[in-house]
Design a protein around this ligand. Structure first.
Ligand code: NAP
Ligand code: GCO
Length: 264
């Protein structure tokens, strides 16, 4: 049974994986036997990522590619298929967040978040699916969020994008399951990465950020998650072990979605 979790010989593309959650997932995929390729938004980040993978003994390939640019994405996928082989596993990880009260957010700022966090996964999945259809096999994993289910102040664009990404995940599962392509989501809870650093900054008086204390009260595990907490679920959803799991959003949140929150 355990060999069903192996990714030996598979080609895995993880977007935005120079650091953070993408880097952790790609590193775990390499440990599980996959050939890892990744992209990021500029050469500096790709080089930073390559050095970090190298440091852990992982021979990843990196590409400069903006996931919102269809031409760049199609070129990247063609290069990967030529240089490494057909893509067996896609993780749509690249994403941004803008924390702005909705009534103060410009339409351009809203559009930018939707473009990267929702249009990007569509563009990359669309480029990869034909190769998976030919192989009659593929795994697509979209990195969703607590905000695929819940709202909060200042994240209207991000929640809209991640809610849409949940339904894009279900639709890809519905449309391509017949080709033995499984599309699922991972919904991380609050994870300690650069993206959430502003929510954890120590205050001038040395106290914890109020949001930090809030998340600890909302999480039964009473801690922030780490990118490593996501790697086991990511391997499961990329492996043979999940061949009959399709259209599922796997929340890896320490129990946030199950919990009303600790009484103050
Ligand atoms: P992160 O630290 O901000 O890393 C995101 C990566 O995506 C960065 O390398 C970023 O490059 C890259 N990226 C941004 N726009 C891109 C574009 N247009 N094309 C290609 N790459 C692009 O974020 P993270 O915390 O690791 O989160 C990764 C994913 O998990 C995101 O989708 C996020 O929404 C999701 N998520 C995070 C949490 C959390 O608590 N951290 C929880 C739930 C879901 P730059 O450095 O240039 O921005
Ligand atoms: C925020 C956080 C969250 C996390 C994550 C939770 O401002 O609320 O950034 O959105 O990034 O998406 O699952």
């Amino acid at each position: 049974m355990i060999h069903n979790f192996s990714l030996k010989g598979k080609v895995a593309l993880v977007t935005g994986a120079s650091y953070g959650i993408g880097f952790a997932i790609a590193s775990a995929y390499a440990e599980a036997g996959a050939k890892v390729v990744f992209n990021d938004i500029n050469q500096e980040l790709v080089d930073k990522g390559l050095a970090a993978y190298q440091k852990t003994g992982i021979g990843a390939r990196g590409y400069v590619c903006d996931v919102t640019d269809e031409g760049q994405v199609n070129d990247m996928v063609a290069r990967i298929e030529k240089e490494t082989g057909g893509i067996d596993i896609l993780v749509n990880n690249a994403g941004i967040i803008k924390r702005i009260p909705m009534h103060e957010m410009s339409a351009a700022e809203f559009r930018q978040v939707i473009d990267i966090d929702l249009n990007g996964p569509f563009i990359v999945a669309k480029a990869v699916i034909p190769g998976m259809m030919k192989k009659k096999a593929g795994k697509i994993i979209n990195i969703c969020s607590m905000m695929s289910e819940l709202g909060r102040e200042t994240v209207s664009a991000y929640a809209s994008a991640k809610g849409g990404l949940k339904m894009l995940t279900r639709n890809i599962a519905s449309e391509y399951g017949q080709y033995n392509i499984q599309c699922n989501g991972i919904g991380p809870g609050y994870i300690a990465t650069p993206q959430t650093a502003p929510l954890r900054e120590q205050q001038a008086d040395g106290s914890r950020h109020p949001f930090d204390a809030f998340i600890l009260a909302k999480t039964p595990a009473a801690r922030w998650g780490t990118p490593d907490d996501l790697t086991g679920p990511a391997i499961f959803l990329a492996s043979k072990a999940s061949d009959f799991v399709n259209g599922h959003i796997l929340y890896v949140d320490g129990g946030i979605l199950a919990y009303i929150g600790k009484q103050p």
